[in-house]
Design a protein around this ligand. Structure first.
Ligand SMILES: O=C(O)[C@H]1O[C@H](OP(=O)(O)OP(=O)(O)OC[C@H]2O[C@@H](n3ccc(=O)[nH]c3=O)[C@H](O)[C@@H]2O)[C@H](O)[C@@H](O)[C@H]1O
Length: 437
């Protein structure tokens, strides 16, 4: 009796042990499966988001210890080469900084479409909605333009890009933009527009071959200049904002690198660029949003009650100007970090040559959106704004046939059409919209 009881007990215990060990096995295989999944996900992430494996110390560490990651690195380099290889005879090989930005994405696409090689660089910062930058990145990816996610101040990354690709040109558009934001975050202007630019020039001057550089300056450098229309010959030593001061500093820094190292440098003074895929921090963009949402907009006047006006310039005209500047840029003359002869140094206005008061901009939007704006007309706050801009573009016309062709109503019509398409039907203007014409 006793024996049979103890045998039963033993059988029961052995059953429990088997069940537990199966559970343990299941649990450990689950754990193993999850760990494998996690590793796979990390690797898929690295490939999908194209993060450069050597961009930071974590990646460097992983690289040293993983054979798999070293082949991922090979794939990354392959992507850089694929994106930057021209598809036409004598095509350019261009590094576009700020490629996920407004002007950068348009220029990258235009260059790629005509057969040039384009590699983008962008840090995807959160100055304005990064999802818009990601959408531009996705649009460019469809056209085989690859954007490296990284910062201008990351010297090893820049050097790596130059090691992999022999850039003939740089279109340098990455910057901290916005005139009024400079009072909130002054340091970001120094970091991007001065330190970042110098870093790019340092790496460029040491590159073999040295690329020719075309970069974005700004109409804001004219600051308190009162001569009209603004010519490249007018004084630009009275900036009204820190943004303008950093762009002006960029022009002086460009002079230095041209002088010492023989870098070919062309600065383009953009005049209030607008259009599809634009910047949400700019007035035409947030006016559109606020008008559609029934919100009040601030319309600035000068201190003496006059209208504030801008030489609003449509994106396609700016793209033509950028490509014209790239096509006429002469080669840099230096090599091995040493100047071998004088190099080209240029500055051009790229504007529309036809200033429009901000009140008129609002009226055009009202018409396109078929919605009355709630205007709050106030004196322009003294935060770096200037009352008026007007470009003389005769030098850009002379040197690369720059001739703007889009007036503000036509350009805004294209912008609004893009805007309602991008942000969805809930923001679509009322039925009889002027967009349908
Ligand atoms: O050409 C440039 O180099 C710069 O252009 C752009 O600056 P701006 O010309 O100042 O454009 P933007 O802010 O759209 O204001 C447009 C107008 O609306 C007025 N404005 C503005 C805001 C507001 O609430 N109300 C208003 O009336 C305002 O007074 C102004 O008259 C770029 O942002 C800048 O990065 C730089 O590239």
């Amino acid at each position: 009796m006793e024996t049979s009881k103890s045998m039963k007990l033993e059988r029961y215990n052995s059953y429990i042990r088997r069940v537990n060990s199966t559970k343990l096995l299941n649990a450990s295989s689950k754990l193993l499966f999850r760990a494998t999944l996690l590793v796979a996900l990390i690797l898929v992430f690295l490939f999908t988001f194209n993060y450069p494996p050597l961009a930071d110390s974590t990646h460097r560490h992983l690289h040293a210890h993983s054979h798999f990651l070293s082949s991922a690195f090979g794939a990354w380099e392959k992507q850089l080469r694929h994106s930057s290889t021209p598809r036409r005879p004598n095509g350019l090989t261009v590094l576009v900084t700020g490629a996920a930005g407004f002007v950068g994405s348009h220029c990258s696409l235009a260059l790629k479409r005509r057969g040039d090689g384009v590699l983008g660089l962008d840090n995807f910062n959160a100055y304005y909605d990064p999802s818009l930058k990601r959408a531009r990145q996705a649009m460019l990816a469809k056209h085989q333009v690859f954007i490296v996610e990284g910062d201008l101040n990351d010297t090893p990354l820049l050097q790596k890009l130059f090691d992999v690709v022999a850039f003939t040109h740089i279109l340098h558009l990455a910057a901290q933009a916005g005139v009024r934001y400079a009072m909130q975050n002054p340091q970001s202007y120094i970091t991007a527009n001065i330190a970042g630019f110098v870093n790019l020039l340092e790496v460029s001057k040491s590159a073999n071959p040295q690329p020719a550089i075309v970069w974005a300056s700004s109409s804001s450098v004219y600051g308190l200049n009162t001569q009209n229309p603004f010519s490249e010959l007018h004084r630009t030593d009275q900036p009204a904002s820190l943004y303008a001061a950093t762009k002006k500093a960029g022009e002086e820094i460009a002079h230095t690198y041209n002088h010492i190292y023989g870098l070919s440098l062309t600065g383009l003074r953009f005049f209030t660029v607008y259009g599809p895929w634009g910047r949400p921090d700019m007035a035409y963009f947030f006016f559109t949003k606020d008008i559609l949402q029934g919100k009040t907009i601030d319309v600035y006047q000068t201190q003496d009650g006059k209208q504030v006006a801008r030489d609003f310039t449509y994106i396609d005209d700016i793209v033509k100007g950028c490509l014209g500047a790239l096509d006429t840029a002469e080669k840099s003359t230096g090599s091995g970090g040493k100047k071998r002869g004088p190099a080209q140094l240029r500055i051009y206005n790229l504007g529309n040559t036809s200033p429009v008061p901000v009140g008129n901009l609002v009226s055009i939007l009202e018409n396109l959106l078929n919605t009355k704006a709630k205007r709050h007309v106030i004196k322009m706050p003294s935060n770096g704004d200037v009352p008026y801009t007007h470009a003389n573009v005769s030098q850009a016309f002379r040197d690369f046939s720059y001739k703007p062709t889009t007036d503000l109503p036509s350009g805004l019509r294209k912008f609004v059409k893009w805007y309602v398409g991008y942000y969805g039907p809930q923001l679509r203007p009322k039925k009889e919209s002027r967009l349908d014409n």
